[in-house]
Design a protein around this ligand. Structure first.
Ligand code: AVJ
Length: 310
């Protein structure tokens, strides 16, 4: 945070969004009319869950998920896995403890044969911090990792590749990764999805300042910032920013940092990359996977890729 807020352009990491309130606001985003992402992916998983699970290879399947959140789409795959083998262990990784606890409660109550094992962790700087829990492979275990929801879009390409390689390191040939990626589409549709009429995305973006105020004792005044969504054509990504409405100085005691913001200067809070099929396939190949199968929603807005470790 010190590096991001003292550097230019100023920036914050998107994982900071997901405190309890941020996780709740993200769930609200997934239900907005403008935010097609979750609905498009749910459409794919609803139609193809059995086929996806059939592609997971033989053996006693365990499902792992990076950035599990509420796990609401995951239920479709867990049910398909139970249809195949009677029961399933679901090891859910997320930075939000509360989101994981709620997911465990809700999913285990709704789905017979399911065991949820929450793992509170930030997978973005490698899986080695959870390796103790991942390195031990049960005999006969067949792994499927889920990295859905296009969370991979948060990262610049080299970092995205690194995350896929970290996943690959936890797999043996024949294990699989299901990757969900949001695809390039009309600019207006993208901008509306990240700047909705009800202002939920604006509240989600600004909530990061509330979190910093609470946890680091700072004095960000939310009224002096405006939510901004921009389409960066060259880099094929939506960027979210918080724009300072006036020249101001914010003090962050825990970092002993004064942030001087000029009027109209922005803090860059998130990238959400939009992909082509070729980009996703190239990333997967370079990470040590072959693409066994891929699906899109009816509008062709979202891609789901079943990648097998080679
Ligand atoms: C959870 C990273 C996939 O980029 O669409 C939603 C987060 N940010 N609205 C996305 C988000 C603003 C979301 N991901």
């Amino acid at each position: 945070m010190l590096r991001g807020l003292s550097g230019r352009p100023r920036s914050l990491s998107p994982w900071l969004f997901y405190d309890d309130e941020g996780s709740r606001l993200f769930e609200a985003i997934t239900e907005l009319p403008e935010y097609y992402v979750t609905r498009a992916e749910r459409e794919i998983l609803t139609s193809h869950a059995d086929e996806i699970i059939a592609g997971a290879g033989s053996g006693d399947l365990t499902i792992y998920e990076l950035g599990a959140g509420s796990g609401s789409k995951t239920g479709l795959l867990l049910e398909a896995a139970i249809r195949r083998q009677g029961s399933i262990t679901y090891r859910a990784l997320d930075v939000s403890k509360s989101a994981l606890e709620e997911a465990k409660q809700r999913l285990e109550a709704a789905i017979t044969g399911l065991t949820v094992e929450p793992i509170v962790s930030d997978y973005t700087d490698g899986l080695s911090n959870v390796a103790g829990q991942l390195n031990h492979r049960k005999s006969g275990e067949r792994r499927m990792f889920l990295y859905i929801g296009s969370s991979i879009g948060n990262f610049e390409l080299p970092h995205a590749l690194q995350i896929l390689r970290d996943v690959r390191a936890q797999l043996i040939p024949g294990d699989s990764l299901l990757l969900g990626a949001d695809l390039v589409k009309d600019r207006q549709i993208l901008l509306r999805a990240y700047d909705d009429a009800a202002g939920v995305t604006a509240a989600f973006n600004k909530n990061v300042l509330t979190r910093i105020n609470r946890e680091l004792g700072s004095n960000f005044n939310l009224q002096l910032f405006r939510h901004r969504a921009k389409w960066n054509e060259e880099l094929s990504r939506i960027e979210m920013h918080l724009e300072s409405l006036i020249t101001q100085i914010v003090f962050i005691p825990a970092l002993d940092l004064q942030v001087r913001l000029a009027r109209a200067e922005t803090i860059h809070t998130e990238n959400s990359h939009k992909f082509t099929d070729q980009q996703v396939e190239s990333l997967l190949h370079r990470a040590g996977f072959s693409v066994a199968k891929q699906w899109k929603d009816d509008l062709g807005w979202f891609g789901e890729y079943l990648a097998v470790a080679v």
